[in-house]
Write a protein that binds this ligand. Structure first.
Ligand code: HEC
Length: 290
């Protein structure tokens, strides 16, 4: 018999391609499988970052930018503004309540800029002549409804409520004071000031706070609460006070002023425009793509 080149010979280079795999193909095939599995797993964890093991948190954040542990933000219920808050909104936007007749709360706390300053000036101008410079920049008024009274206490991520000062004093008793030498533990663990209104937390409530800009000579520059009350008595919306506080309220300047401050307070607490939870950071916290 005429012998054909053996197609079965293991040494025959033409045969092996058809009949049996080369070892490198196995290796390549195996590696491909592993890669596919890895890609699948990575894809799964990127799509469901909350199910990934903690050790991958950093990688997920770096690769997809997503929050590996999304949270559900608790938003205050959205409901129509109360009559008092609606009145507060009018007061907030009323420039006739200022000494200059041209400045309202909204002049320095612009609703279109998260109730922050309307321009990039370091400090705003105000006063009767609108030429007096303020001492500090106006902060945004967003999320202040969560602000507790001023206090100095340990940081507690779960509970933002400040600790009463007498409780702190008790905690501090018997604690050795830290000296300024390297390696000494601080006298109290992570004591931080928090809460209060204004940059220095000097007012605890919106009602007390609002008297500040009303009287501040560099801001709305009224001489006294009676000055403000007289302007309220002339305001278009003055009759809005009556169904809430009784008809006589408009003849009681001190009460009229106090209730106006209360209305400003309710507006800032109730209006969702002050706490929108729609920043990129909020979306990220909730695990949405930003
Ligand atoms: C001329 C600009 C100006 C006007 C007008 C003005 N503010 Fe302010 N506001 C400021 C500045 C500046 C601060 C910070 C002052 C400080 O910390 O001492 C501030 C702080 C505040 C704060 C505290 C914010 C925080 O983060 O603690 C609130 C609340 C506030 N203003 C509400 C009002 C209301 C209500 C009105 C109207 C009655 C008003 N402001 C009018 C400039 C203004």
């Amino acid at each position: 018999m005429n012998e054909h080149p053996s197609t079965l010979s293991p040494n025959d280079p033409t045969a092996t391609g058809k009949r049996r795999s080369k070892p490198w193909r196995w290796v390549a095939g195996g590696a491909g499988g592993v890669l596919l599995a890895l890609a699948g797993t990575a894809g799964f964890f990127l799509a469901y970052p909350e199910r990934a093991p903690a050790s991958l948190d950093r990688t997920i954040e770096d690769v997809s930018g997503e929050n590996p542990h999304p949270v559900a933000l608790i938003r205050p219920p959205v409901q129509p503004l109360s009559a008092l808050a609606q009145l507060g909104e009018k007061i907030f936007h009323d420039p006739s309540l200022s000494g200059s007749g041209t400045q309202s709360c909204a002049s320095c706390h612009d609703p279109a800029r998260s109730y922050g300053p309307p321009n990039d000036r370091d400090v705003q101008l105000g006063g009767v002549d609108m030429r007096t410079e303020g001492l500090r920049p106006p902060p945004s008024l967003a999320y202040l409804y969560r602000q507790g009274p001023f206090g100095i206490g340990p940081t507690d991520q779960e509970n933002d409520a400040p600790i009463p000062l007498d409780q702190l004093a008790q905690q501090a008793q018997g604690t050795a004071r830290a000296t300024k030498s390297a390696g000494t533990a601080p006298a109290a663990n992570q004591m931080v000031p928090s809460g209060g209104l204004f940059w220095d937390g000097r007012e605890d409530t919106f009602m007390d706070q609002a008297k500040g800009p009303m009287m501040n000579p560099a801001e709305m520059a009224n001489k006294s609460l009676y000055d403000v009350a007289a302007k309220l008595q002339r305001a278009k919306y003055v009759s809005d006070f009556k169904p809430i506080f009784g008809n006589d309220i408009v003849n009681q300047p001190a009460m009229l002023f106090t209730e106006a401050m209360s209305a400003l307070s309710r507006f800032q607490v109730e209006s969702a425009s002050f706490h929108r939870f729609d920043s990129k950071y909020d979306h990220w916290l909730e695990g949405r793509r930003v």
